[in-house]
Design a protein around this ligand. Structure first.
Ligand code: ADP
Length: 479
């Protein structure tokens, strides 16, 4: 039984969760302890007590610890990547890449601990000095989803610790394996007991405590829009700081002048890699008339070459969907698209048995063509390998369609025109814009986040993370 980490001790829970491999449901990865509400409160108490000393730790202490965590993640990236692929279904190269990213994030924030700067200004009053400094916030509740089970926890936990906060980490139910391995590495890094706590369990029980406990000063959440709204309401009610990363319905525009290979490569990557389970995936591809038919033909040809297989099988391009519920939802959306009158140009069917005979949650990526902007497949986040193509007359119409969504996380364009690329970078209503690149797959040292209904609060990652994980103090001194 893999246990929770509370106040520096590995602790059993009243219940256990069986972690299943979505590539082969006969493979049970392990039993993971589920914390209850009172254990979560114990974790909050421990973090709250540890804050008194950890908040005064030196930047060198924090650098050494975060750097050591980063080094171990990088050294064990194949092993942790294997766990990620096994419990989440991401293919091995992507899974190993995600662990490397997590390692690099810890190393980046190790450096940030040394670089936290303030400001010294003259006062408007004679003989008075003004200093603006940043201090840690307190206990941070970290609530994460299943689709990036190592990278998203890393990009919340690393800055929280780097700036002197304590953490209670509640991972998604489906991916306790990566969370436990990360917690084990953090636990052995030399961090004082209670500074970092792991509580695995249900969102409605464990997560809810983090939203409601007055000692949790801030909540960083990534997940669905509906849960995000609960996080916001609970945090506003008690005046806690919060940050939300939620859904997307990201557009990818293909203009007549695009390099066809680049456009198809980026659209296939954005739409289908990680089985379409990325918040930065692009599910709406908006294509101008003159290139439309060539583009669709090339997409279908490329999709036919994708190898759908066990996530840990060499050569697999697309692994399974994460679980049965998500698979049923994807297939339901394929049916909805057909009923709405869209043309299913490729795929969309469940594959009950993969090449090796293992029972898993497989489906062939789906491509819809001749879709209208009002169709549900173009307005609702599916979170699976389902992409719809919309035909438009020109760039101006493409931009209008691209921005016509309540979401605003990422937005992409394939074009060789400097004029259109420049215009799109300025006018795309999204937190991140990609030119001739997939909408998914971002650097770890620069801000990540969206606009409109996708995100709320300060950006994550890069030095912008200080905005959320520190609080500003203005000090006045009369000499
Ligand atoms: P996803 O589609 O990624 O599963 P969710 O929003 O359901 O999105 O889950 C994201 C995270 O939020 C998970 O860790 C989940 O357990 C947690 N969560 C779900 N419900 C609540 C809640 N009421 N309070 C706090 N956290 C919750």
């Amino acid at each position: 039984m893999f246990q929770n980490l509370i106040a520096g001790s590995w602790t059993d829970g009243p219940l256990a969760y069986q972690n299943i491999n979505p590539s082969d449901t006969r493979d049970v990865i392990g039993e993971y302890a589920q914390a209850n509400a009172s254990q979560t409160q114990d974790a909050v108490s421990a973090a709250n007590e540890a804050f008194a000393t950890w908040s005064l730790s030196t930047p060198q202490q924090r650098f050494d610890i975060l750097d050591a965590i980063g080094s171990e993640l990088l050294a064990r990236r194949n092993e942790l990547g294997n766990m990620l692929a096994r419990e989440e279904g991401k293919v091995m190269p992507e899974a190993i890449g995600e662990v490397s990213r997590a390692g690099n994030i810890f190393k980046f924030f190790a450096g940030e601990a040394l670089r936290l700067a303030g400001e010294v200004l003259p006062s408007v009053r004679p003989g008075v000095g003004v200093e603006v400094t940043r201090e840690p916030v307190g206990v941070i509740g970290v609530i994460t989803p299943w689709n990036f089970p190592i990278a998203i926890p890393a990009w919340k936990i690393a800055p929280a610790l780097a700036y002197g906060n304590c953490v209670v980490f509640k991972p998604a139910e489906l991916v306790p394996g990566c969370a436990w391995l990360l917690a084990d590495i953090i636990h052995r890094s030399g961090l004082p007991a209670g500074v970092f706590n792991l509580v695995m369990g249900r969102g409605s029980e464990v997560g809810q405590v983090l939203l409601d406990d007055a000692r949790v000063a801030a909540v960083s959440f990534t997940g669905s829009v509906s849960t995000g709204k609960r996080v916001a309401a609970a945090c506003v009610a008690r005046g806690a700081k919060f940050q939300l990363e939620m859904g997307g319905k990201n557009p990818f525009v293909v203009l007549d002048d695009a390099n066809l290979d680049i456009a198809v490569g980026a659209a296939v990557n954005s739409g289908f890699f990680s089985t379409g389970q990325r918040c930065t995936a692009s599910s709406r591809v908006i294509v101008t008339d003159a290139i439309h038919d060539r583009f669709v033909g090339a997409m279908v040809a490329k999709m036919a070459t994708l190898k759908i297989d066990d996530a840990r099988m060499a050569g697999a391009d697309i692994g399974p969907v994460v679980d049965e519920r998500q698979l049923a939802q994807n297939l339901a959306y394929v049916a909805i698209g057909r009923n709405e009158g869209a043309t299913l140009a490729f795929g969309g069917e469940a594959l009950s048995i993969n090449a090796n005979g293992a029972p898993g949650f497989y489906m062939r990526p789906a491509l819809f063509t001749e879709t209208a902007p009002t169709m549900r497949i173009n307005t609702e986040e599916i979170f699976g390998p389902v992409v719809s193509i919309q035909r438009v007359r020109n760039y101006e119409e493409a931009l209008l369609v691209a921005n016509d969504t309540p979401f605003g996380l990422a937005s992409g364009i394939a074009t060789t025109s400097l004029k259109y690329a420049s215009h799109f970078k300025r006018h795309a209503q999204a937190g991140m814009v990609m030119v001739n690149l997939p909408t998914a797959g971002v650097d770890y040292h620069v801000p990540f986040g969206g606009r409109k209904g996708s995100s709320y609060g300060p950006r994550e990652q890069g030095h912008y993370a200080a905005e959320f994980y520190t609080t500003v103090k203005t000090a006045y001194t009369q000499a």
